[in-house]
Every structure is written in structure tokens, then in C-alpha cells.
Write a protein that binds this ligand. Structure first.
Ligand code: AMO
Length: 439
């Protein structure tokens, strides 16, 4: 048995083995998905990133040596199969490969810790414990193919609108988001934290004159939540724009969602079919409900909510049932939003903050920011934050900070919406939650 690649190279992915290459010699490489030995004939299903192809070995046509090699194969082993393509009405794709050479590149141990053929449903924990095998499933890799298109479309949207990509530090000195906890770390002789949000940096980039910026990066939240929508390490798509307010950046978010969903429908139709999921492209502007109105509505539907509270799960469900799929929830109480959010001029107990909701999931939060130094200090003090610990941030507001606004959009939650999965862990290769730090 051979285990090395040497000068062996793939000539075709399984998806390229079609009626166009009948009678041609091809080499495919992948995993042994299935072996069916009927005595006189053996069927192999080889799987790669693109799909599966049947390899058919009738004992009358194939050498005894190759038949022996096939019989020795174990499920999920890695192989290279060279052979001739022939048409077959019985093969799943109408063609099959008649093998002339089988090279085992790695034999898989048995039994497998889990079955990656989707025949047996496994619990999420079992799946995550052997995630490399779980990710071999077509239905699971479809989520990540959609995720790939999601980031591609988002980047395209930003590039088309002259929004500059930035990268900001994730090792930071202070908190930005009230309410969620920080992960402390030891940074040489001092205490530091893992960043909760690029908030302060994206705002500083407005003072730096970059006009419009975005970042796609990790955010770390030491929340003890154990829900289907929270992770302790998530990906946030953040944007910030100068000379704009909350309404302008809502429009940006709205337009980006429409492009994104249109793209996913156009470019990932196979993956959506695999997931048996339909995505509707939203039309026009998303409706907008004011926080006060939402509180009244929630109470009217029998779920108690006091003015000034954040939405409970039950309250989110009420709104999800009443509103369109996508909607904005705006005009939040200043008290429960972070210090950097601009209060209404005439009614400072309310502020220019909004959330973008999809049914009952919060996808994004954003706001017009305070750009005046004195007002920022005032708001920090009201929230019991010490301005001294924000020195390097505050400096950026003293020497020419333009009015600005922005938002943060949870990429993993967005991925849930685009694939229809109900557990956020499904959208992350190696999720980090309250109980999981491996693999
Ligand atoms: P916020 O804290 O609301 O706002 O976060 C923005 C979005 O990030 C996602 N998100 C999470 N996703 C999974 N697990 C978590 N634990 C988690 N926490 C947040 C959500 C959320 O809507 N600085 C502001 C944004 C801004 O104003 O620009 C911020 O971080 O989808």
C-alpha cells in the first residue's frame, strides 16, 4: 500500500466528473463515503468538497489486485482513484468511474467516533467533540459555504461603497459595552482583557479621518448565558461612518442585507436546497418601531415589561410575531445603552440607538455616537465610568472628531438567519461557549 502523494495529482473534483468527460481518464481524491460489496461487483462512493462520485468495480473487468485493495478499504479513509469515466443510468450522477488504480493516502481507524454520512442523527455535543468528522457532512459544510458567501458579499458591499477595512487590537485595557463581562488576561505585569467590541477603535478612526471603516473580527464576551444565540467568542461585522447619523447607517445596514440575501439566493441555491431552507429577499425599507411603542405592544400582548428594561426573551418573541421578518427597534432609553450613544437633544432620557431584529433575534446594534468631548465625559460619569481609564480614547475627541454613527452586526447570528439553523453553535467551526473550550 502506498501512503504518499508523490506525483499523483487530482485531475477532477467529483462535480467535474460528468457526461462531458465520458471515456476520459480522471483522478479524483477524497474520502470513502460508502462501500457496498455485492460479491461480483463493488460500489464505492468517494466524497470531496464538491460532492460524491460512484466508483464501480465489477470483478469481471477489474484486476484482482484492485478488488483486494478496495475490499481492504475502511470508511472515511482518504484515497486517490484513477479510472475511466463511463455513463451509468444507475449511478447517482449518471456517470461512474471504472477504476484502474486505487491509492490509499490514509486509512481511517474504526470504529469512527461518529458517523459522518448523515444517516444517524447525533447530539450537538457528540458532533462538536468530533467536529472534523461532523464538518464532513454535506449539510454541515453547506452552512460554511453560505458563511463564505456571506463574508464575500459583505466585503463586496463595503468595497463598492468605499468603506475601508481595518483591523484593531483584541488585547485591550478597558471595557466598552456595559452589561457584558470581560475576560481578564495577564499582559506581562498588568491586567488586560480580551476585546468585547472594536467600538472605541472604530470611533477613533473617525477622528483619524478615515471617513468610513469596517472590521470583521472576533469579539469576546464573558457572559454566562447558555442559550442558542450566545457564544463567548463571536464574530462581529462592525462599521462606522463620519458625517452620518443613526438613520444613515440604518440605511446602509438595510441595503447591505438586501444585497446579501439576494447574493445568497443566487450563489448558494444548492446549499439552501441541501438545508431545505428558503430565504426571502426583503423589499424596501425595514419597518421601524420605537422602543416606547414596543413596550406598549409587548404589555398589550400579555408579557410584562417595564419602561427602561432590555427585552426579555418573551418580549422578543412578541415582537417577532407582530413585526415583519426584519425590523428596527429604535429610540432606546439612554440608561440601558452604552456611554458613547448620543441622547436625544430634547429628551435626553432617550437616545439615538437602534437594534436590527430578525424575527425574535437581535442581529445588530448601532447608534449615532457622541462626538463632543464634554458630553462624553458627562455620560461616562453618569454611568460610573472613570474617564481617566479611557484617556487614549478621549484624546481623539479633543482635536477634531467629526459627528459619526455606526453599528455592530453579529456574523454568527446572521449566519443562523441565512441558513435557518436554530443553534448558533452550528454556524461556528469550533464554538466557544460556557462549557466548551475544545476542540
Ligand atoms: P452589541 O453588544 O449589541 O453592540 O453587539 C453587536 C452584535 O453582536 C452580536 N453579539 C453576539 N453574538 C453571539 N454571542 C454573543 N455573546 C454576542 N454578543 C453580541 C449580536 C449583537 O447585536 N459596540 C456595539 C455595536 C455598535 O454600536 O457599533 C456592540 O458591541 O448580533
Amino acid at each position: 500500500m502506498e501512503y504518499l502523494l508523490r506525483d499523483l495529482r487530482r485531475t477532477h473534483y467529483t462535480s467535474n466528473v460528468t457526461e462531458d468527460v465520458i471515456d476520459e481518464e480522471v483522478t479524483v481524491m477524497g474520502w470513502v463515503h460508502e462501500i457496498r460489496d455485492l460479491g461480483g461487483i463493488i460500489f464505492l462512493l468517494i466524497r470531496d468538497i464538491e460532492g460524491r462520485i460512484q466508483v464501480t468495480a465489477p470483478s469481471k473487468k477489474i484486476s484482482a489486485e484492485i478488488l483486494e485493495d478496495i475490499r481492504a478499504l475502511r470508511k472515511e479513509s482518504v484515497v486517490a482513484v484513477k479510472g475511466t469515466v463511463q455513463s451509468s443510468s444507475k449511478a447517482p450522477n449518471g456517470v461512474e468511474i471504472l477504476p484502474s488504480e486505487i491509492t490509499v493516502l490514509n486509512m481511517a481507524d474504526q470504529p469512527l467516533p461518529m458517523d459522518p454520512t448523515e444517516k444517524v442523527k447525533a447530539e450537538i455535543d457528540t458532533r462538536l467533540n468530533s467536529r472534523f468528522l461532523d464538518l464532513r457532512k454535506t449539510g454541515v459544510s453547506a452552512i460554511f459555504k453560505i458563511r463564505n458567501q456571506m463574508f464575500k458579499s459583505v466585503r463586496e458591499y463595503f468595497a463598492d461603497n468605499n468603506i475601508i477595512e481595518i483591523n484593531t487590537p483584541k488585547l485591550v485595557a478597558s471595557a466598552t459595552e456595559g452589561g457584558t463581562e470581560l475576560f481578564p488576561i495577564t499582559y506581562f505585569e498588568r491586567e488586560a482583557f480580551l476585546g468585547q467590541s472594536p467600538q472605541l477603535y472604530k470611533q477613533m478612526m473617525m477622528s483619524a479621518g478615515f471617513d468610513k471603516v469596517y472590521e470583521i473580527g472576533q469579539i469576546f464576551r464573558a457572559e454566562e448565558h447558555d442559550t442558542l444565540r450566545h457564544l463567548n467568542e463571536a464574530i462581529s461585522i462592525d462599521m462606522e461612518a463620519s458625517f452620518m447619523d443613526d438613520v444613515d447607517v440604518k440605511n446602509i445596514l438595510n441595503d447591505m442585507m438586501v444585497k446579501l440575501i439576494t447574493d445568497i439566493n443566487d450563489k448558494c441555491s444548492d446549499e439552501l436546497d441541501i438545508l431545505e431552507y428558503k430565504l426571502e429577499v426583503p423589499q424596501g425599507r425595514f419597518p421601524d418601531i420605537d422602543y416606547d411603542e414596543a413596550v406598549d405592544l409587548i404589555n398589550a400582548r400579555g408579557v410584562e415589561m417595564e419602561y427602561g428594561e432590555d427585552l426579555s426573551r418573551e418580549a422578543e418573541k412578541v415582537l417577532g410575531d407582530e413585526m415583519d421578518d426584519f425590523y428596527f427597534l429604535s429610540g432606546w432609553p439612554t440608561e440601558i445603552k452604552p456611554f458613547y450613544v448620543m441622547p436625544y437633544e430634547d429628551q435626553p432620557q432617550k437616545c439615538h440607538a437602534f437594534d436590527l431584529m430578525y424575527k425574535n433575534i437581535e442581529l445588530s446594534s448601532g447608534a449615532t455616537r457622541i462626538h463632543q468631548y464634554d458630553l462624553l465625559i458627562e455620560q461616562m460619569t453618569k454611568k460610573d465610568l472613570s474617564p481617566e481609564s479611557f484617556d487614549s480614547y478621549l484624546k481623539a475627541f479633543k482635536y477634531g472628531m467629526p459627528p459619526h454613527a455606526g453599528w455592530g452586526l453579529g456574523a454568527d447570528r446572521l449566519n443562523m438567519v441565512l441558513t435557518g439553523v436554530e443553534n448558533i453553535r452550528e454556524t461556528v467551526l469550533f464554538p466557544r461557549d460556557r462549557h466548551r473550550l475544545t476542540p
